[in-house]
Design a protein around this ligand. Sequence first.
Ligand code: NAP
Length: 266
Amino acid sequence: KLGRSNMREGFDAMQSRRPVVLITGGSRGIGASVAQLAAARGYDVAITYRSERGAAERVLEACRASGAAALACQGDVAVEADVVRMFDEAEAGLGPLSHVVNNAGVTGRSSPLAEAAAETIRTCIDINVLGAIWVAREAARRLSRKRGAAGGTIVNISSVAASLGSPNEYVWYAASKGAIDSLTIGMARELAGDGIRVNAVSPGMTKTDIHERSSGDVGRMERLRPFIPMNRIGEPEEIAEVVLFLMADGASYITGANLPVSGGRG
Ligand code: NAP
């Protein structure tokens, strides 16, 4: 049986535990910025990546330099078993999760739909829709108060593409982000009584590798810049700020929201 002072110590340890966030696709781009800002704001951080181990290591170093405990889990979010294993690894290393950022995503080579290969479309839907749903389901299981956890937040990364439709670029990608918007609304309402807030951030054009490496469209950012009302490309840090806001207690009455961070585009 615990004495009063032991109970007090245990209570204090629980109070002073740093919140733990898992970010899918945290090795590069927006996910890497979210990881580093979260570390700087007092979170311990688990990132997932698919293939860029070196990039993941650099993000971990930056997080640790801010005083966070940080680890990386390798896996493909499109594979259900990988997602379950990555959540297990994160919790084994850092303790129970309190926040999940559902960020990993790809576009596939840009083209009109009529010219798109089946593999391009299938890969995008597998990662962006199925993968995001596996991650969301695992998050719901692990944060749930009804299941004995402490509650928390989920932030889904959508895109202004969901409303723009991305004609002649990747309508399948736009459709995949439309699915994220529905997922956000449904999960927010399903989990509101379970201590879990679920919101989305919809970035506009943001300076990451996705444009050249995933869509293969070199020069896309510069070509489309004049169509952005603020006439500039967003920085990943500007997306991360809004993700961190939605995770924080200051957003305690916000669930089911979808915030565009797009310089006015969309
Ligand atoms: P990015 O720079 O290309 O980074 C993608 C990240 O996702 C990397 O960490 C990558 O891991 C990981 N990833 C990709 N496929 C994966 C898979 N199957 N399993 C696990 N991890 C995987 O992309 P980003 O621009 O930061 O995009 C992040 C999110 O923001 C995406 O959902 C994207 O749709 C959304 N978004 C981006 C923009 C934009 O303009 N950049 C605009 C709107 C929405 P590796 O490093 O191992 O490859």
